[in-house]
Design a binder for this molecule. Structure first.
Ligand code: PLP
Length: 380
């Protein structure tokens, strides 16, 4: 395919996408095919000779669409909503075209810098405390993760590293594995399964805190379990609160839990994956009160804020906590500006090395809707 054909096919594809989304309600939202349906519809081997684009695009309707669950259909009520919008789709095209792998500032300065500023814009929409905003305070900042699961895992691993260093600073005879065996994390019995999974991957014990009649964790409940664990020689180091639980959209009482976590040196992470988008509306913002006690906060614009998957926003109060836990500096990734302290190398903020230019989606959507447009979307 040359550039001329790409131009033509690209325009056709945009028409196809617009038609698909405009008429999506005419398709059955859930397909009735049998498991394994697809294998019989296409060859068993990749083609040796190149094929025609015409044949490929025809196969989208024949092979793919019958097996699609149409998440953007007005008849789709499963799981959580998946956000999407035309500005986000256009930004995603541009992201694909630029095709940079923005692991460090030097790997594409705009990719890093736009992300930092967009997370500031978004953080200000949520009225996050200044300590989370990179441009005003300096110690905190935001990063785009793929999913809330990764954000939770990152926070747990950073907290684990911090706890190990803290214990070793007081008691240098303890080995890392001595300490690991004593660390204990907490979350609500109502928390999303990804939180428990983070502890499983992070190799630490996690205990589930019971909830009140509204399915919310209260300060006293965490305190009770934690005191017992401390008396038994364990080291409480992490609590993941949920704002908007998966079973019932319950809100843990972070105004009670936060001060307790701060006092006990426990990292408080807040998982607001679904409900977090609503905090851009002043009338819902009180649900986020207590955020000032958190070490990290996460929500998914890809659920309810018109940004298509993937885009999960994570803020930390102290960037050194997260960078300190994951920094590796092989020679082939070094660049001349990294020691200046002025640049962010987002590879230290995430598990993979490579990362897409996802902040373009935020930039396009924020500008096309404005805060008022986004608030109207939430209210509707
Ligand atoms: C959706 C959701 C998750 C999982 O989100 P991913 O981004 O798919 O990992 C976790 N926690 C809560 C509260 C959620 O609503």
């Amino acid at each position: 395919m040359d550039a001329a054909e790409f131009r033509r096919r690209g325009k056709e594809m945009v028409d196809y996408v617009a038609d698909y989304l405009e008429n999506i309600e005419n398709r059955p939202v859930f397909s009735d095919i049998e498991p394994g349906y697809l294998r019989s519809l296409i060859p068993t081997e990749a083609p040796l000779e190149p094929e025609n684009y015409e044949d490929i695009i025809k196969d989208v309707e024949r092979v793919i669409m019958p097996g699609i669950t149409h998440w953007h259909s007005p008849y789709f009520f499963a799981y959580f909503p998946a956000a999407s919008s035309y500005p986000a789709l256009l930004a995603d095209m541009l992201c694909g075209a630029i095709g940079c792998i923005g692991f460090s500032w030097a790997a594409s300065p705009a990719c890093t810098e736009l992300e930092t500023v967009m997370l500031d814009w978004l953080g200000k929409m949520l009225q996050l405390p200044e300590s989370f905003i990179a441009g005003t305070h300096g110690s905190g900042g935001g990063v785009i993760q793929g999913t809330a699961s990764e954000a939770t895992l990152m926070s747990l691993l950073a907290a684990r590293c911090k706890a190990i260093r803290r214990v070793q600073a007081v008691n240098s005879t303890y080995s890392e594995s001595d300490i690991l065996g004593k660390l204990v994390a907490y979350t609500s019995e109502q928390a999303h399964s990804s939180v428990e999974r983070a502890a499983l991957i992070g190799g630490v014990m996690m205990k589930k805190v019971p909830t009140d009649n509204n399915y919310a964790v209260r300060g006293e409940m965490l305190k009770g379990i934690m005191e017992k664990d401390k008396a038994a020689g364990l080291i409480p180091f992490y609590f993941c609160a949920t704002l908007g639980t998966t079973p019932s959209c319950a809100f843990d009482h972070i105004t009670e839990l936060g001060p307790l976590c701060n006092k006990e040196n426990m990292w408080m992470h807040i998982d607001a994956a679904y409900a977090g988008s609503a905090f851009i509306c002043p009338e819902f913002r009180p649900l986020l009160n207590g955020i000032e006690f958190a070490d990290s906060f996460n929500f998914n614009p890809h659920k309810w804020l018109l940004i298509n998957f993937d885009c999960s926003a994570l803020w930390v109060k102290k960037r050194t906590d997260i960078i300190g836990a994951f920094k590796m500096e092989p020679l082939y990734l070094k660049h001349e500006n990294q020691e200046s302290g002025l640049v962010t190398d987002y590879r230290h903020w995430q598990i993979p090395l490579g990362r897409r230019f996802r902040s373009l989606k935020l930039w396009f959507v924020f500008r096309m809707y404005g805060l008022q447009g986004l608030q109207a979307h939430i209210r509707k």
